[in-house]
Design a protein around this ligand. Structure first.
Ligand SMILES: Nc1ncnc2c1ncn2[C@@H]1O[C@H](COP(=O)(O)OP(=O)(O)OP(=O)(O)O)[C@@H](O)[C@H]1O
Ligand SMILES: [Mg+2]
Length: 283
């Protein structure tokens, strides 16, 4: 495992151990997630390949790249939604680093209910549309053992307020909410259990620009307040500029550059990143 960390091929200029060490030193603990040699092909087509990185506690990692570059494939493999063809995804648990790909299914499911959370691009993929807003939030709490109705409802009310949904909407179903409200509800449902690692796939995609901006502000506040570790996929550089400490740039399934967000965006080394930043490729 230690060898793996050192052996990881850092693509591009590779913001390596030195920069990531900032987080290690500050927190006084090892990486939360260690990924090595991750690969997923769809038949002959590359989904993602040769992806290696460490994520430190409290760190926000942005994954950017054009459409089809492998961002969602990578995130799905990391989060255990998709089985990769090769590689390791090690997660820090009370019993040390555990290979989440080799874990027994019940243990992996427990991880997804407790330490991990996943915010989908389309809120309806991450919500139960037939259940009330309060039920959506409460359900996650019940999945980790909460049983007291009053406390569950109280926590749900608190979380609705945190994501700026009025408490009197608690019994409404998500289908009665706007797109932005649904996305905020999905975030409340995911964060109510205090996960240690949150995966997000284009959480602001598909929303109006003004709604996006408010959601981003809210997300940034929650991430900082809760000290969350986040892996966020987006093709919007403004999103990573605001949220991400570190950035990975993907092209054709490969990581072509990674480093501290400001460095990568202000002084891109790889030709593709330069194009991305110069907004030639931005939609
Ligand atoms: N289920 C699938 N079957 C076959 N090929 C797939 C499948 N899902 C993704 N791919 C292919 O894998 C590559 C990476 O796709 P992926 O969805 O990971 O890209 P992305 O970076 O998330 O794109 P976008 O920004 O459009 O969401 C693409 O060539 C895509 O066609
Ligand atoms: Mg995608």
């Amino acid at each position: 495992m230690t060898a793996m960390g050192h052996d990881m091929a850092e693509a591009g200029r590779g913001a390596g151990a030195g920069e990531m060490g900032i987080f290690a030193k500050r927190k006084g603990e090892g990486p939360l997630l260690q990924v090595a040699g991750l690969r997923k092909h769809y038949g002959a087509r590359i989904g993602c390949t040769d992806v290696s990185f460490d994520l430190w506690p409290g760190e926000v990692l942005g994954i950017v790249g054009e459409s089809g570059s492998g961002k969602s494939t990578l995130l799905s493999c990391l989060a255990g939604h998709l089985a990769p063809d090769a590689g390791q995804v090690l997660f820090q648990t009370a019993d040390g680093m555990q290979d989440t790909l080799a874990m027994a299914e019940p243990a992996r499911r427990r991880l997804m209910r407790t330490d991990w959370a996943f915010v989908h691009q389309h809120a309806r993929d991450g919500l139960r549309m037939g259940v009330s807003a309060g039920g959506n939030v409460g359900e996650r709490l019940m999945a980790v053992g909460a049983r007291h109705y009053g406390q569950i409802r109280g926590a749900a009310t608190d979380w609705l307020q945190k994501v700026e949904i009025s408490a009197d909407r608690i019994d409404d179903r998500p289908s009665q909410f706007s797109g932005g409200m649904q996305q905020r509800l999905q975030i409340a449902r995911n964060l109510v259990t205090g996960p240690r690692l949150v995966f997000m796939d284009e959480p602001t995609g598909g929303l109006d620009v003004s709604v996006q901006a408010r959601l981003l502000d809210l997300l940034r506040g929650l991430v900082r307040e809760m000290g969350l570790s986040v892996i966020i996929v987006t093709h919007d550089l403004a999103v990573v500029r605001l949220l991400a400490d570190r950035l990975m740039v993907m092209k054709s399934g490969r990581v072509v550059e990674q480093g501290l967000t400001d460095q990568v965006l202000d002084d891109p080394q790889h030709g593709y990143t330069q194009l991305l930043v110069s907004s030639v490729l931005q939609v």
